[in-house]
Design a protein around this ligand. Structure first.
Ligand code: NAD
Ligand code: UDP
Length: 338
């Protein structure tokens, strides 16, 4: 299949492009490299450009003539969205609208969209099933919910069929060691913890205030949540298990030709403290941590009910165990960070 992948130079996108390439799909990655890396695109073509740039898209779409779109490109950091919501509306909503206008103009028939568990906000019940009320707790989550709605409207009006995948917390890296998780400013828990472990291991202990996500002390944001140990609970899913779901979604869309929304998680929640402890076990490093105030926009507990995607798409995690997920990342961060 000919697939145009936006954001294919990013963390999840690059892992998915590798998996698609291995399956011999024809791929074109479109990415503005705002957070992605050209060298992470291991298969297919690459066009540097912005999904908000109509002229660029009108050059790229007719030249490649994709049948399908996988849309990863977005701004994707919850606290940043609280500080700068207009950036999120601009990139995630204007970007998605401009991209879908091009997709419709150029007769793309199906799309897979990176949605997020952030669409649910503070859950009323866990595990969260797809029919749970959607009340995002931050602007990032709201842009993902609106993205889903735009796609639902595009199906109704233009017959563009789509699968929205509500990822829970993506984690881990390519077990073959060809890809990583490399952001200029790191805010995600597992990379932050492993970068801290690498710094301790290398003897370069610096305070978190100098860190840009690379300090030797892990800051635990909030220890007064209504969870068993007071810290936030999340459902971590290996990036390759996420990638595999995109392939299953495209195969399903080609067969079924209807739109759907699926959760994508392992159905097991781990607290921030449990993640830090698991990382200590995996790395053998006594990673220091410190309790800090809550981070704005964080729901207490997000755990997926993933029965729907297992039943409908036949998806099953290959690496569901938290320690194994962390171990794949440690293989990367123990070499690159520190
Ligand atoms: P990432 O920042 O590594 O990847 C995003 C990619 O999109 C980058 O390569 C970036 O350069 C590109 N991009 C951003 N804006 C663009 C634009 N206007 N035009 C062209 N390219 C642009 O992030 P990621 O963690 O790989 O996330 C990928 C997608 O998955 C995002 O849509 C994100 O919201 C979603 N998601 C991620 C997680 C997670 O845990 N990482 C969870 C839920 C949803
Ligand atoms: N977190 C933390 N310290 C950090 C980074 C994250 O305590 O340095 C917490 C954060 O508050 C959230 C959880 O870890 O409760 C997961 O955060 P992350 O940014 O990895 O993903 P999110 O759930 O926001 O998408």
């Amino acid at each position: 299949m000919k697939i145009l992948v936006t954001g294919g130079a990013g963390y999840i996108g690059s892992h998915t492009v590798k998996m698609l390439g291995r399956k011999r799909h024809e791929i074109l990655t479109v990415d503005n490299l705002s957070t992605g890396h050209r060298e992470a695109v291991l298969f297919g073509g690459f066009e540097k450009g912005d999904i908000r740039d109509r002229a660029f898209l009108d050059r790229v779409f007719p030249a490649f003539r994709p049948e399908a779109l996988i849309h990863f490109a977005a701004s994707a950091v919850v606290p940043e969205s609280v500080e700068n919501p207009l950036l999120y509306w601009e990139n995630n909503i204007s970007g998605t609208v401009t991209l879908l206008q091009a997709a419709v103009r150029h007769q793309v028939r199906m799309a897979v969209f990176s949605s997020s568990a952030a669409v649910y906000g503070e859950p009323e019940r866990v595990p969260i099933t797809e029919d749970h009320p959607q009340r995002p707790a931050n602007p990032y989550g709201m842009t993902k919910l609106v993205g889903e709605q735009i796609l639902a409207d595009c199906d109704q009006a233009y017959g563009l069929k789509s699968v929205s995948l509500r990822y829970f917390n993506a984690a881990g890296v390519d077990p073959e060691g060809e890809l990583g998780e490399d952001r200029e400013v790191e805010t995600h828990l597992i990379p932050v913890v492993l970068k801290a472990a690498a710094r301790v291991k290398s003897g370069k202990a610096a305070g978190p205030e100098h860190s840009r996500g690379g300090g030797a002390v892990v800051r635990i944001f909030g220890s007064d949540y209504p969870t068993p140990d007071g810290t936030c609970v999340r459902d971590y899913i290996h990036v390759n298990d996420l990638a595999q779901a995109h392939i299953l979604a495209l195969e399903w869309l080609s067969r079924e030709r209807r739109s759907e929304v699926f959760n994508l998680g392992n159905g097991r929640g781990y607290s921030v403290r449990q993640v830090v402890e698991a990382a200590r076990r995996v790395t053998g490093v006594r990673i220091p941590s410190r309790d800090e105030p809550r981070r704005p926009g964080d729901p207490a507990e997000l755990v997926a009910g993933s029965e729907k995607i297992q039943k409908v798409l036949g998806w099953k995690a290959v690496i569901p165990e938290l320690e194994k997920i962390i171990a794949t990342s440690w293989g990367y961060f123990s070499k690159t960070a520190g």
